[in-house]
Design a protein around this ligand. Structure first.
Ligand code: ZN
Length: 390
């Protein structure tokens, strides 16, 4: 009961703060005395602080305007992408307080080597966060592949060349978990972006990732592998795919496919450990310049995406479809063809153009989502942290 009440108090401060103790009591239906005792516990755990009296003495009574602490417990987000590594720390309010990113080819690189470089990157970010008074109590690693979140194992990450990689359960003293990057991108959209309670999130890095948010939470499927939109067939007798099937979406709207169709050098020639080019920026740049092959390649990718997404929409009837990751930056050229296919193929209801949304988070989504997982856990059950610091 007390743990639930701690979460209620912290939740109302997170959502509506600054609030006085009396405001909190009125919002959650507890007595002021009960709220005060809970606030003492939350403050001792470093989760809330009391602002001093406002200068004019009118806004908030002295010493009792509660806000989330901008120091203390925080979340560490980590990301191993096919062509980058990244780390960031977010505070309880969800603000990014320290971050670092390095462009490096991880495709075909030994997992241990990529993890060692990521650890060094995280060390710098943790030092920066520590200097600001932040103490990450959990870390989540975003991986572009199938992740068994419970055991912390990467089952298969085709674009990294990883199969059955066991991740450490701890990184620099911070407990470490792992999650599929597309899931984390969708969660970031849910928590900080434009995502409603039910949406399909589709994103691209080297592969295509999708995630289904249902009732304000991830739909994971029976084994946790839901969302493999990249291997939904769009041309059943089409091009052979690395997965063994034919005509998968990834063969028409994935990085390699788009670059090849655009007549641009294809990624895997990059050596592992080297600094890659930014293919998304390059495509956007050439498309802006009106390069015909690039425009045609993006139109073809949009058409294939729209075909696959129409299937998803017919199946689950989401409130919206969110275009995230690299797709967000290419939205201008992908959207017309996606809209055309959705309008032609969605039959469960008339498809409205505003149902297709471009993520404002773009490629930052998965890393931000990874860091926010810990913050959301703290907000959902502050009692666990309070017990540890007592
Ligand atoms: Zn496939």
């Amino acid at each position: 009961m007390r743990r639930q009440n701690l979460a209620l108090v912290l939740g109302s401060v997170a959502e509506h703060g600054p609030l006085s103790r009396a405001d909190v009591a009125a919002r959650i239906g507890l007595t002021r005395a009960a709220v005060s005792s809970l606030v003492v516990e939350l403050a001792a755990a470093g989760l809330v602080v009391e602002l001093g009296p406002a200068p004019n003495g009118r806004v908030g009574r002295p010493g009792n305007a509660l806000v989330l602490s901008s120091q203390g417990p925080a979340g560490l987000g980590l990301e191993i992408g096919v062509e980058h590594l990244a780390a960031c720390v977010v505070d309880l309010g969800g603000a990014v307080r320290a971050q670092a990113r390095v462009a490096v080819v991880n495709r075909g690189r030994p997992a241990a080597e990529a993890l060692a470089e990521l650890t060094a990157l995280a060390k710098g970010v943790l030092a920066e966060a520590g200097a600001a008074g932040l103490r990450p109590v959990g870390a989540v690693l975003a991986v572009p592949g199938l992740v068994d979140a419970a055991s912390g194992r990467v089952v298969h990450a085709a674009n990294l060349g990883w199969r059955d990689v066991a991740l450490p359960r701890d990184l620099l003293g911070v407990p470490l978990g792992a999650e599929n990057e597309a899931n984390l991108g969708a969660l970031a959209e849910l928590w900080q972006g434009a995502g409603p309670a039910d949406f399909v999130h589709v994103s691209a890095e080297a592969g295509i990732g999708a995630a289904l948010v249902v009732d304000g939470g991830l739909f994971r499927g029976a084994r946790g592998f839901a969302g493999e939109l990249g291997h939904v067939p769009v041309h059943p007798d089409g091009k052979a795919c690395a997965c063994g099937a034919r005509g998968c979406l990834e063969q028409y709207a994935g990085e390699q496919a788009v670059l090849a169709a655009a007549g641009m050098p294809v990624g895997p020639s990059d050596a592992p450990g080297a600094g890659p080019g930014d293919w998304v920026a390059l495509l956007a740049d050439r498309a802006s310049g009106g390069a015909e092959p690039v425009l045609a390649a993006l139109e073809q990718a949009g058409g294939a995406l729209g075909t696959a997404l129409a299937g998803a929409v017919n199946l689950v009837d989401p409130e919206s479809v969110v275009l995230g990751g690299a797709y967000a930056e290419l939205g201008e050229w992908l959207l017309p063809a996606i809209r055309r296919e959705l309008a032609a193929r969605v039959t469960v209801r008339p498809w409205e153009p505003e149902g297709l949304v471009v993520s404002a988070l773009g490629r930052r989504g998965p890393l931000l989502g990874a860091a926010l997982v810990t913050v959301r856990r703290i907000l959902a059950d502050p009692g666990r942290l309070a017990a540890q610091s007592a």
